[in-house]
Design a protein around this ligand. Structure first.
Ligand SMILES: [Zn+2]
Ligand SMILES: [Zn+2]
Length: 368
């Protein structure tokens, strides 16, 4: 929702004898401010003037500082006030929202913002190079949108949010929304790459990196699933076949009549068949049966329970498939718990793995 300046004090003649008293259509963002920025229209007021703090603008943005300096040099003043015009392509509502954040007018900030509005704000912050001053002022909106998107109550364009978190230099939600993209974008989908074909260079690089990230994560999970299948497959290997209580390759002893007796041991095979069947039922293995998104696959993995299997008949020469499989399930689940599924903003900006600490905590490859 665009910010609504409806509740602003209606423009009226001021009683003071300040030189600004005669300037109409003023909306106070900073009541004592000495900068008046004219916007095309705000809250139905044509050529509205936003009263802003010169100090705040100068500290927050080198671009605003420059605009003010130029206006002063050109003599665009009225008494104490410096008069500047908003850029024609800046949306007045987005500017108004930006100024309310910069001037700490928390009571004027909407409790919710749509993904589109947040994106517009982000582009404006980028344009005026004031991400540092905005600081964590946008966290509340990201938090709301992230939670609604996660709960599925609001359809959010995740790529837009990735872009907004990038422009606003918001490491926590950059990691969260890139993760959301990697986990929720169907594995077969290529739409992002075609969508950013005309975007700027950084956004294209971001899209490509996100795309590659999903590919790498998918390959990594294939490797994790191999860890689960391996203890099962060993039960079917020729080298593991053995008679009960006899090592593989050893024939059982002959009985008094000279006949060999004894039966093959099938404890491991039984376990392997049950476990592989369960993996298949839960759409974890083989990759052919995977769900369409990595997120769904990971949920399946996290919810997976090793089926009960009674291996009390195992002998000394069994491979102990049951125990090894159970351990592998634990290891894979644990690895997934603290894996960075999405991207780290600091690492992305560093063009690889950032040296030292990142603002978003994550594990890094050893030796880097
Ligand atoms: Zn055995
Ligand atoms: Zn990092």
């Amino acid at each position: 929702m665009p910010p609504s300046p409806d509740s602003e004090r209606p423009p009226k003649r001021q009683k003071s004898s300040s030189p600004m008293a005669n300037i109409p259509n003023v909306i106070d963002v900073a009541p004592m401010g000495t900068v008046l920025m004219t916007v095309s229209e705000l809250a139905g007021v044509k050529s509205a003037k936003l009263r802003l703090s010169q100090d705040m603008l100068t500290i927050a943005s080198p671009i605003f500082a420059d605009m003010i300096t130029k206006a002063m040099q050109a003599g665009s003043t009225s008494g104490d006030a410096v008069l500047i015009d908003a850029a024609g392509d800046d949306e007045p509502e987005a500017l108004y929202l930006l100024f309310n954040i910069l001037h700490n007018r928390n009571e004027k900030l909407p409790s919710r913002l749509t993904a589109e509005a947040l994106c517009k704000l982000a582009r404006m912050v980028e344009k005026y190079k004031c991400a540092t001053s905005i600081g964590r002022g946008t966290t509340m909106w990201f938090d709301r949108l992230y939670n609604s998107a996660k709960a599925g109550t609001v359809a959010v364009d995740v790529w837009k949010m990735v872009e907004a978190t990038f422009l606003l230099d918001e490491p926590m939600f950059f990691a969260r929304f890139t993760e959301m993209w990697v986990l929720s974008e169907p594995l077969a989908s290529n739409t992002l790459l075609s969508a950013v074909r005309d975007g700027d260079v950084t956004m294209k690089r971001l899209a490509v990196e996100l795309f590659n990230r999903r590919h790498a994560q998918s390959a990594a999970i294939k490797g994790d699933v191999d860890l689960l299948v391996d203890p099962c497959s060993v039960a079917f290997a020729q080298s593991a076949k053995h008679y009960i209580d006899y090592a593989p390759g050893m024939p059982p002893d002959a009985d008094d009549d000279g006949k060999t007796v004894g039966s093959m041991c099938h404890v491991d095979e039984g376990a392997a068949i049950i476990f592989l069947g369960a993996l298949r039922d839960d759409l974890i293995w083989p990759p052919l049966v995977w769900p369409t998104t990595l997120g769904a696959l990971i949920s399946q993995l996290q919810a997976f329970r090793t089926p009960a299997y009674d291996d009390c008949d195992k002998c000394d020469f069994c491979e102990d498939v049951k125990t090894r499989f159970g351990l592998a399930v634990d290891v894979v689940k644990k690895m997934h718990k603290d894996r960075l599924w999405g991207l780290c903003l600091d690492c992305f900006k560093a063009g690889g793995v950032k040296e030292g600490e990142c603002r978003y905590e994550h594990s890094k490859p050893k030796g880097k």
